[in-house]
Design a binder for this molecule. Structure first.
Ligand SMILES: N[C@@H](CCC(=O)N[C@@H](CS)C(=O)NCC(=O)O)C(=O)O
Length: 232
């Protein structure tokens, strides 16, 4: 047991947003690097923390192992009363906050998996993988357009003038890009403006800058994913 959080992740992975929340709140934490490229997330040992074998996992100071990035993000803001980063239960903005959070996790995140790991979604060889990627791309462009319109109509942030972890979350996904690191922010100006504001945050913006740099290297290392076969 420790009085710190311990985050398992630390590479080019979605736990960037968890690191941002930890830094925004100044919560003491250690990071244990889990190398997703070499498959460290699928070991028996790591699955004791996240049974699904995905990065990240967060071990709390009480020794609980938490998984699912958005759940971890929500847990931290609630646990530490971060009202400057999220409307907590009872706040009138809570409903719109939850709607948008679930929109991210159910409408945007899953198609990224289909784009980056098409071999898991088709047993139909190269043409099957290509079809999966094409449909994921179309789906994502459509969903990002919905997101951009929401921000155009009610922004500049997800909750109007009120910045929240939702903005960090979507800035992270936009920074991944699809065909290249810039294609989402080039196409969707209101999303881009959120990304710029997140990058400018003094305590945590540097994580997004680092992600952007690392993602290029990661893309080079994982080019094989589009031609990979099998389940993993
Ligand atoms: N729903 C989970 C998914 C986690 C996830 O897929 N993490 C990625 C890293 S960003 C991963 O472990 N990928 C490796 C794989 O899919 O094998 C979450 O949002 O935390």
């Amino acid at each position: 047991m420790t009085n710190k959080y311990v985050l398992y992740g630390g590479g080019v992975a979605r736990d960037v947003v968890v690191r941002m929340v930890l830094d925004e709140a100044g919560l003491p934490h250690d990071i244990i690097f889990v190398d997703g490229v070499s498959g460290a997330h699928r070991t028996v040992e790591f699955r004791k923390l996240n049974p699904a074998g995905y990065i990240p996992a967060l071990v709390t100071p009480d020794g609980q192992a938490l998984f699912e990035t958005a759940a971890i993000m929500l847990y931290l803001v609630e646990k530490h009363d971060m009202t400057d980063l999220a409307p907590l239960p009872g706040d009138p903005d809570r409903g719109p906050f939850l709607s948008r959070l679930f929109f991210h996790t159910s409408e945007i995140q899953p198609s990224f998996k289909r784009w980056f790991y098409p071999h898991r979604f088709s047993t139909d060889g190269a043409s099957g993988r290509e079809k999966v990627m094409n449909s994921a791309y179309e789906m994502l462009m459509d969903r990002w357009a919905v997101m951009d319109k929401m921000l155009a109509d009610d922004g500049p942030y997800h909750l109007g003038d009120r910045f929240s972890v939702l903005d960090m979350h979507i800035a992270m996904w936009a920074t991944y890009g699809l065909k290249n690191t810039d294609d989402i922010i080039e196409k969707f100006p209101h999303v881009r403006s959120v990304v710029e504001d997140v990058v400018a945050r003094p305590k945590s913006g540097y994580h997004l800058v680092a992600l952007r740099k690392e993602i290029t290297h990661w893309r080079e290392r994982t080019d094989h994913l589009a031609t990979k076969t099998g389940t993993y």
